[in-house]
Design a protein around this ligand. Structure first.
Ligand code: FPP
Ligand code: MG
Length: 350
């Protein structure tokens, strides 16, 4: 791969993107379906905002509402609503379920930014940068508790799916923290981590939408599998964006995974490679987290290495598996939207 490597070819996303922004990018040309989705996304957004800001103490509400206000793609609520299309999309609890998925996601970002020491998220100061680590941890806990309460209002299936996803997220993050076991292949370890910290919630989102809408069990299972594979591809795309996409597009500092010493898939593949750029990279990466002064050189070596193209190929294989999971499902607009989402993940820039 030559210099000037760019992953994806989109335009900048400003913070505070409306909830329907992602839907629009799928360019579906299904007006009736899109109107229904847009209205449901707006209702889910209301649930999310009301919940995140519900504390009567405005100082608490400012903290718990901070990232909900900052925007984001609202991928998880969209997945919940797409899952619900395979049953009765108007069923009780579908939009609350969409809010639950985003609350869990936002809670995890509060904690993740503490763990990463990240200064920004969605283009605004992270919660811990603004209010300190203790407030960020507690704010995340609070959002998680509210997600659990909303799930309890929906019934045991939602409680189970919510608890399972939250547990997998934490376990994935703990596994990342622990690193590979002495006898574990680092790439295998990476996939376990990605399955927990990212795929679990995407799988849960499609699954809870289907379950809440009373879709047939095999359909819910196929959707869950699609979310699992899409989630791993999404995490790989995220790893690539860290190395290739400028902060103005992602709302995060470029190269922050390298600075934090994260063993992302491109890092692992670069360490395994034998092209000249990989040798230089290995020296840098073997020494631990990349020092800020060496970041431009590390990014340039990545551009010249094979690792980015190899990582992209792995991502495409996961997207193919996500598409295959949809093969037996009815040809609804939601199925076409999920296929378009697979294409979008491959091209995304933020
Ligand atoms: C972002 O990934 C982080 C996650 C997908 C999940 C983080 C999970 C936890 C911190 C466990 C706690 C969970 C709950 C439910 C409270 P990344 O760090 O690879 O990407 P980034 O570049 O967006 O930070
Ligand atoms: Mg992170």
């Amino acid at each position: 791969m030559g210099t000037g490597y760019t992953y994806g070819t989109g335009t900048a996303v400003s913070p505070g993107i409306p909830a329907a922004g992602l839907l629009q990018r799928l360019a579906l040309d299904e007006p009736e379906f899109e109107t229904r989705m847009r209205e449901s996304l707006a209702r889910a957004e209301k649930w999310l905002q009301a919940t995140a800001h519900e504390s009567l103490d405005p100082r608490v509400a400012a903290i718990t509402g901070h990232l909900a206000d900052a925007g984001g793609k609202r991928l998880r609520p969209l997945l919940v609503l797409l899952g619900a299309e395979f049953g009765d999309p108007w069923a009780h609890g579908v939009t609350q379920a969409a809010a639950i998925a985003e609350l869990v996601h936002i809670a995890s970002l509060y904690h993740d930014d503490v763990m990463d020491g990240a200064a920004t998220r969605h283009g605004v100061p992270s919660v811990h940068a603004r209010w300190g680590e203790r407030a960020a941890v507690l704010g995340g806990d609070w959002l998680l508790a509210r997600a659990a309460q909303l799930a309890a209002e929906l019934g045991p299936a939602a409680v189970h799916l919510n608890a399972q996803a939250a547990g997998r997220l934490v376990a994935g993050q703990l596994r990342e923290l622990a690193g590979p076991a002495p006898d574990e292949d680092p790439v295998t370890h990476y996939f376990h981590v990605a399955a927990g910290k990212t795929a679990a919630l995407l799988a849960m989102s499609l699954g809870i939408g289907a379950v809440q809408a009373a879709a047939p069990a095999p359909v819910a299972a196929a959707l869950t599998e699609c979310g699992e594979q899409l989630g791993i591809a999404f995490q790989i795309a995220d790893d690539l964006l860290d190395l290739t996409s400028p902060a103005e597009l992602t709302g995060k500092e470029r190269g922050k995974d390298l600075l934090a010493g994260v063993q992302s898939l491109p890092v692992l593949l670069a360490r395994e490679g034998d092209a000249p750029a990989e040798a230089g990279l290995r020296d840098l990466l073997d020494a631990g987290p990349v020092p800020a002064a060496a970041l431009p050189r590390a990014l340039e070596l990545f551009e010249r290495s094979q690792a980015l193209a190899e990582t992209e190929a792995v991502m495409h294989r996961r997207l193919d598996r996500a598409r295959t999971a949809l093969a037996g499902l009815p040809d609804l607009p939601a199925r076409r939207a999920l296929l378009a989402l697979c294409d979008y993940v491959a091209l995304r820039t933020s």
